[in-house]
Structure formats: C-alpha cells, structure tokens
Write a protein that binds this ligand. Structure first.
Ligand SMILES: O=C(O)C(=O)C[C@]1(C(=O)O)C=C[C@@H](O)C=C1
Length: 363
C-alpha cells in the first residue's frame, strides 16, 4: 500500500511553462566558458528551460572526472543572471543540499545511485526539513518501483511539496539498443499511483547515444510524460563526462523541433465518437475475458480437488508445456507478441497453481 503524496500543483512550481517542461544543459559543469556558451546556444532557441549541470559527479571508479564541486555553483548563478534560466543540479548528501540552498539553486535532483539507498535519501530529506524548494527524484538503478516511491515519500514527508520524478531508465545486464533499459511500465505505474506527480523523461541516459534520443523523447511524449531532460554540451566531443550521449545546442534544437506534441484529448467530434465505439467494444471484451478466466479457474480448482483425492502433483510440466506451445502458436499466428502471450499465460498458470495448492488462504 502506498500513502498519498502531498503535492503542490505542478503548473505553478514548474513555472507555468507549457508542457513538456525542458531540462537542458551539460552533463557536468566544466568551465565557466563551457557553461556560458552552452547556455547561450540553448537560449537561441529556448527561453523557458531549466538549465541543468552536474557539479558533484558520482562516478563508477575514482580517478575519473568527479565534477568541479562547489566552485561551479557560482558559474551556475551567472547563467541564471545572464540568461534568466532556472538552474538545477544533482545533490547526493546533506552538504550538497546546504551549498545549493545557499547559492540559490532553483531545483534539486537526486540521482539514481542515491535513490537506491534509503539512508542517503533520508539524510537529504533531513537536510530539506523546513525548506521550500522543488526536488526531482530519479528512479533507482534497479527496476524497483517501491524504492522509487519510498524515496519520493521520504522527501515529501520532510515537507517538500514541489516534487517530481525523473525516469532515466534502469541498469541492464544484457546488451541492447539502450544505455539504460526504459521499462516504461514502471514509469506508467508510478503515474497511475500518483497522477499529480510530474514525471520528466531523461532521454539522454535512456538512449546513451544521440541517434536514439528522438525515439525515446517521442515515446515519453506519447506516454504523456510531463517533461524532457536532454544533456546538451557546446562541444560534446571534448566533454569530460558522458560525451557519447550529449547533443550540441543545434542538434538539440533539431531534435526537439522534430518531436510531435501530443495532448490528452481531442475535441474533434468524429474522433470522439469513433473512440467511444471502440472503447465500448473493449469494455465488452474485457468483461468476457474476466468471466472466461473465472470459468477457467473454477475448472482448475475442480482438477485440483481430483488431484488431492488421488495424491497427484498439482504442477504438471508436460501438460503445461503443451498448453504454452499451442497457445503461443495460435497467438503468434494472430499477430500477438510472443513475450506478451508467455507473460499472460504464466500469470494464469501461477494463479491456477495458487488456487490448487491453497484453496483457503489468499497466499
Ligand atoms: O492440467 C492440469 O493438471 C491443471 O491443473 C491445469 C493447469 C492449468 O491451469 O493450465 C495447472 C497446473 C498444471 O501445471 C498444468 C495445467
């Protein structure tokens, strides 16, 4: 069970910008000139953005560039003064929070490597007690929705009502097209749990390379996410961190201009009536599906009863493999996705086994 979050209306604290809200800027602040020229390049095309730059960089191994540190906060303040952007950076401990509050940073974010550790998140929450500043919480490295929600709750309990989430994808063990696997369903579940919570998609960390960013950013918009974070560097080739995924301000402009904006509804009458007809049909099918699944469970329960009487095992591997391969063949022939059919049938089989092994307790 999840508690309700006490949230302030996003339109107000995100500055009333038109959705999607944009978070652009380099992975790391490197020099005052690098920040200034990046901000200036962004400012040519975008006025209403949050300017992001990492100052303390949590790197996998030491002896790599770990960020400029507190000195760069002064550079960020200059960006705010010169371009009017709101400024945002990552905090990983209480002293980072303190330094950012002192410097007047507008928005803080908590990184994925911090969100995984409730002790670290709590220390940040304690440092934020009594402070009114927007905080964005990136998803933890592992695909664990409860951990993400736990971090949001800790920050919210400290009194932060200007709260948002950043979806930056999850650690992958296999090779794939992405740097971080998006697991879009986790972000969707977060939105379904807290519809008022803004979610920003960090398209750069999911993509890991410029070619994928348009696809990931468009998917985020299609999924009704509230904003986009895209790393931008005046000269990505010489960037001191994440150079393979940063865009130049011109590339950024081209990609963002190429995105198709989407809205929740359409006022088009023909569209609305077509949608209504199709949705009614879906309702009917869902009702039938649920009724048929209930019938199937009742048959499985009867089988379970006979098996109990004859001391026969509940799990029957040959029978199960036969069901799986037949339904997979049928489903694929009908154009259904193989993984979807497997997941669907496995979930039915799990429930059937649960019903047969324990009729009385809901375990
Ligand atoms: O056929 C059976 O023996 C069943 O109990 C039904 C069923 C199923 O629900 O599909 C459940 C458990 C077995 O592992 C195989 C199939």
């Amino acid at each position: 069970m999840t508690d309700k979050l006490d949230l302030e209306n996003e339109q107000k604290w995100l500055g009333g910008h038109d959705r999607p809200f944009y978070f652009f800027g380099p992975c790391s602040a490197e020099t005052p000139e690098q920040l200034r020229s990046t901000a200036s390049g962004i400012h040519k095309n975008f006025k209403n953005v949050f300017f992001r730059a990492g100052i303390w960089k949590p790197r996998t191994r030491p002896n790599t560039f770990e960020g400029i540190g507190i000195e760069a906060l002064e550079w960020l303040k200059e960006i705010k003064r010169e371009f009017g952007f709101q400024i945002t950076t990552e905090v990983a401990n209480a002293s980072h929070v303190e330094a950012c509050l002192k410097a007047g940073v507008d928005v803080l974010w908590i990184g994925a490597r911090t969100t995984v550790n409730p002790f670290s998140v709590q220390a940040i929450a304690d440092a934020l007690e009594g402070v009114d500043i927007p905080v964005l919480v990136k998803n933890p490295i592992n695909p664990d929705l409860a951990l993400w929600i736990g971090a949001l709750e800790r920050i919210n309990k400290a009194g932060i009502r200007k709260l948002g989430a950043i979806h930056r994808g999850f650690h992958m063990t296999e090779n794939g097209p992405y740097r971080n696997y998006p697991n879009w369903n986790i972000a969707i579940q977060l939105k379904a749990t807290y519809p008022e919570l803004p979610i920003i998609c960090d398209a750069s960390h999911i993509s890991g390379k410029p070619e994928l960013i348009p696809h990931v950013a468009q998917k985020a918009i299609d999924l009704d996410m509230d904003g986009l974070m895209i790393e931008t560097h005046i000269n990505p080739e010489v960037a001191l961190s994440d150079k393979q995924q940063q865009l130049s301000p011109d590339q950024l402009n081209e990609i963002v201009n190429g995105l198709t904006p989407k809205s929740k509804y359409s006022t088009d009458v023909a569209f609305k009536s077509k949608l209504e007809i199709l949705r009614e049909q879906i309702n009917q099918i869902d009702n039938e599906l649920i009724e048929r699944i209930a019938e199937r469970m009742s048959l499985a329960k009867q089988i379970g009863q006979y098996k109990r009487e004859k001391n026969v095992t509940v799990f029957q591997i040959e029978r199960w493999q036969e069901i799986l391969s037949r339904s997979l063949k049928n489903g694929v022939a009908l154009g259904l996705n193989e993984k979807f059919i497997k997941d669907f049938l496995n979930s039915i089989h799990d429930e059937s086994i649960r019903q047969q092994t324990n009729n009385h307790k809901n375990v």
